[in-house]
Design a protein around this ligand. Structure first.
Ligand code: FEO
Length: 572
């Protein structure tokens, strides 16, 4: 039975549903949330999923975000007497799942918190009263009666260093929190509508899980040893049941591809300090868009061996500093410097430093080792904005492109010469895509544009996955396609091909007007078309976007579209 409670006006609702014997999902539906981790734009809200298992003893797995405090606690009180909770399993300590642990503990005084060692350390800082606790790790089990034996799996870095999964042998439900999640808010408890969720499932993987592909593969190996898995009870979005195997395979394949990347950047910082997570995610996102693998480690919790293994193997290093890391992570940073090599490149970022802060000392040490800086150190002294995150993403993207340039040249040379010449005879126009979302804007030159439908009027455009603009071209986003004119395109082309320093406004120096959808129109283009992305299709190294036209105008009725003639088809 499904029960819905909540405040529809504020679009925060709670769904409780029996998902297996003695097992209730408490799904907090946040219909209108449009940002996650700040830089992570959402199209379909999100959910925070918590679970209750009632054997002879009672277990609560995770709680919810603080915005649900009253609704969540009222719902929980309607389901059980809170004093009867024996265990609270904290999968990790990010506030969207552990934000109400302190409130629940106050009402459930006999409960013991089960979590990883690192999570309990974090939790001691979050909960202001003493509480009963027990460290759990892979292979540990608790038997709560009525056949429910729960086994734990350490799953660090998914996507926090302190994550554990929990598996109930009786119901064959595994509780994975962030892993296998998606930001998708819907009344449907499960994943029956694959088409509706697949884009969000992939986007979430790319943003949160991709940078930890190796950790994910390790965790999946341990998962597979637990026994049959009937349901993946995640922390965000619909639970995986109907398409569990397909979606699990997706995670495996994407992670294998990511982990095999010839080029890897090690991203090291102290998790959970100020905005460091958000900045690191944005940099990691830029790196991934450039086709570079990213692996992330927390300087405070990772083993020295882990740090040295990754720092020694990576082609590039990103190190994030904060006032806390200067003191607590000193040994980790020294161990990293001990294995850094002069063939590597490094990028540094800092949260809330002063004028002569640890980042300067660290920067000098890298330079002394002969290691080149990939971008000017990013120093964040104020609350980051969308533009700050764009700057970080651009910096990551630039570093990624620098690292893969050589690899791409080798690939270009390896293709069959006749085939590539034949492909080069396909004709293409010349266009500039311009887009604005919130306070962030972007532009890119495009040429793989083809009309695709008459009713409604629509076209497709192919966007390389390594283009930094793709966060503005998600499903449901609106943009402008500017058609360049044969006799008047060189200046615009030159302007939009120019490499800019991260954070520079792409539109400075060109004439623009504002489209109805808010994106810039290039005044000197031959025509513009306003459109919405209504479908996406993944094609190897490109995304194909199918866009429906909403408006458009030609500025010169006699003008001809600029055409690109290429000799070969294996690069632009
Ligand atoms: Fe959904 Fe890592 O919090």
């Amino acid at each position: 039975m499904v029960t819905i409670a909540g405040n529809i006006e504020h679009r925060l609702t709670i769904q409780t549903v029996e998902i297996a014997p003695n097992t209730t999902a408490i799904r907090c539906l946040d219909w209108d949330r449009d940002r996650f981790d700040i830089e992570f734009g959402l199209q379909n809200g999100t959910t925070y999923n918590s679970y209750l298992i009632r054997g002879e003893q009672t277990v609560l797995i995770d709680t919810s975000h603080q915005k649900f405090r009253q609704l969540y606690l009222d719902t929980l009180k309607g389901l059980i007497n809170l004093k009867s909770i024996d265990y609270i399993i904290v999968s990790h300590t990010e506030p969207d799942h552990s934000g109400l642990v302190e409130d629940v503990l106050r009402l459930a005084p006999r409960a013991t918190v089960l979590a990883s060692k690192v999570a309990l350390q974090f939790l001691e800082g979050l909960v202001h009263e003493p509480f009963s606790k027990r460290i759990v790790k892979s292979g540990d089990r608790i038997n709560i009666g009525k056949g429910h034996e729960i086994e734990f799996v350490s799953a660090p870095n998914l996507h926090w260093p302190d994550t554990i999964f929990s598996y109930d042998k009786k119901t064959e439900v595994i509780y994975t929190c962030d892993a296998f999640g998606m930001h998708f808010c819907d009344d449907r408890t499960f994943d029956e509508n694959l088409e509706a969720i697949e884009t969000d499932f992939r986007f979430y993987y790319d943003c949160l899980m991709g940078p930890n592909a190796r950790s994910l593969l390790n965790a999946m190996k341990k998962m597979n040893e637990l026994g049959n898995i009937k349901i993946i009870a995640n922390g965000h979005g619909p639970l995986l049941y109907h398409h569990l195997e397909v979606l699990k395979d997706c995670y495996h394949n994407w992670s294998q591809k990511q982990a095999k990347s010839e080029t890897t950047v090690g991203l090291f910082y102290v998790f959970g300090y100020g905005f460091s997570d958000h900045l690191a995610h944005a940099i990691g996102d830029g790196l991934q868009k450039a086709g570079v693998g990213v692996e992330v480690l927390d300087l405070n919790t990772a083993d020295i061996q882990e740090i040295q293994e990754l720092a020694g193997r990576a082609t590039g290093l990103i190190v994030g500093m904060s006032p806390t890391s200067a003191s607590t992570a000193q040994a980790a940073i020294s161990s990293l410097l001990a294995v850094a090599k002069n063939k590597q490149v490094v990028g540094l970022f800092e949260c809330y430093g002063g004028d002569d802060e640890p980042i300067d000392t660290l920067r000098r040490k890298f330079i002394d080792l002969g290691i080149k800086e990939a971008f000017t150190a990013i120093r964040i002294k104020e609350t980051p904005t969308a533009n700050t995150y764009k700057l970080c993403e651009d910096a990551g993207h630039d570093l990624g492109q620098l690292l893969i340039r050589e690899r791409n040249i080798k690939q270009i040379k390896s293709l069959d010469v006749n085939m590539e010449k034949a492909l080069g005879r396909l004709s293409n126009g010349l266009y500039i895509v311009t887009a604005k979302k919130g306070e962030t804007n972007g532009a890119m030159i495009a040429s793989w544009v083809v009309q695709a439908s008459l009713q409604p009027l629509g076209f497709t455009i192919a966007i390389a996955k390594d283009r930094g603009i793709d966060s503005l071209l998600q499903l449901g986003d609106r943009f402008v396609l500017n058609v360049l004119e044969e006799s008047n395109y060189q200046d615009l082309k030159k302007h939009f091909l120019k490499r800019l320093l991260p954070g520079t406004d792409r539109f400075t120096g060109v004439r623009t007007q504002i489209a109805k959808n808010g994106s810039p129109i290039l005044t000197d283009a031959l025509a513009y078309i306003e459109c919405e992305v209504v479908k996406t299709m993944e094609c190897s190294d490109h995304w194909i976007l199918y866009c429906v036209v909403e408006d458009g105008k030609v500025s010169n009725p006699d003008g001809l579209t600029a055409v690109r003639h290429r000799k070969v088809g294996n690069y632009y």
